[in-house]
Design a binder for this molecule. Sequence first.
Ligand code: SAH
Length: 518
Amino acid sequence: MPTAAGKCYLIGAGPGDPGLLTLRGRERLRVADLVLYDYLVNPQILKFAKPGAELVCLGRHGRGHGRLLDQEEVHRRMVAAARAGQVVARLKGGDPAIFGRTAEEIAALEEARISYEVIPGVSAAQAASAYAGFPLTNRASAAGVAFITGQLCSDKQDASLDLEPLARFPGTLVFYMGVSSAAEWAAELISHGKPSETPVAVVRHASLPQQQVHTTTLQELPRLIQSINLRPPAIIIVGDAVAARGSMDWFAARPLFGRTVLVTRPVHQAEALAELLAESGAAVMFQPAIEIGPPQNWAAVDAAIERLSQFDWLVFSSANGVHGFLQRLGRHRLDLRALRDAKLAVIGPATAEALSEYHLRADLQPDEYVAESLAKALLSGAGAQRMLLLRASRGREVLAEELSAAGAVVEQVIVYESRDVTTADAEVTAALREGRIDWITVTSSAIARALMGLFGQDLRRAKLAAISPLTASVLGDAGYQAAAVADQYTSRGLFDAILRAEPGIARPQRHQERPCPE
Ligand code: SAH
């Protein structure tokens, strides 16, 4: 019986797409104190770990952020942490039980009498089959599947695998880790009678936005690998099942597949846009260009809150303003009833949506989501109305100016600060310089200016998508031409503008030949 109080979960992280992690895997990852993850595990999955958990990458070939741990050291770390009462998540690429050295890890845990569980994952073969669009089996020509490690197929290995029975196997052969030894195992299969014209698919980075699929024949495979300079991780699938890859290319057929888009919103606001882009197949990178924080001084807001009943309108020009103001109300031990005498105006749907999170409904939203239209809408029914504008530390003055000019009594208070981010992420900068970013989304004038500070001339290396003509003109005035401009000034509108600007039909849909650095 195990004696230790801690526990180790051997969790399959799946092939790359974070959505392929199982619910059970996610749930156990959330309680782990120590996460030991393989270098092939998508780091995005680590967001499911609990805050403060220790994350250790078992890097390989200098990759990954942690130091290199050999197998013995992995065992020692798992055992020591579990003995100290910790919950350990041993996060492994794909399925832990397929070419994952799981048997060795289990033996080490059993020897140390540590309790453990194995949580399966989607293996690379299954992901490649699903995401490249051909089932691994079919009734006509593939009665079974064999998973084979290419590591044992090289002459250089002592325990070389006998491929003769596999040449006669009446089904699909899937080679893991088979890239460097492909010339040897392909020739051997042919020499044992496997037809040289047998269809082959090579799937690199299965299930990820940078997935590449190449089809060839067994005979031609080594030449293909050489000509495209194929590097791991790739899985090679051999058999007639591959021929079924016809119209089933749903993954690469998505409109932004093969495109990389940079989202520059503050972190807490980036999700909606990022999701739209990712669902259309884009690889999404993040570089917040501005960050949002509380104002330096709440005095003016506090004073306005004391006099809330004096205002006819509360005017919100962003979702951040809604959150900043309503959270401050709570500090005064007030609740929503404090707003009962005022009407609420918003600049656009995202701001209205923020209000609705507090069960508040906007009384007014202009048809066009800019300050000028908001001013016009507010003035249409108003005489000398008293208006409180809840705004950012920097922003346009046009709303206050137009309202005041029309006779409204306008008071402005700063409910949040917006600051430029001044250092760019190194990986994002490198991707931009190397031409690996296709689009940069520019979701406000402030973001446009901050991006110029962050990237300068490098901004020309990608196409710019502006959320409104105003944002496009801020870019244009500085000499940067927007390649797409939204006509609805929302995340959805911006996304639609990018889709419209994509050449679509002229793009390679099948083979992504663009170099994909390791
Ligand atoms: N346990 C893993 C396999 C580990 S061996 C699983 O079940 O998938 C590592 C090999 O898996 C790589 O060399 C490659 O052949 C394959 N592999 C892992 N992830 C992959 C991916 N996203 N796309 C293609 N092949 C992948």
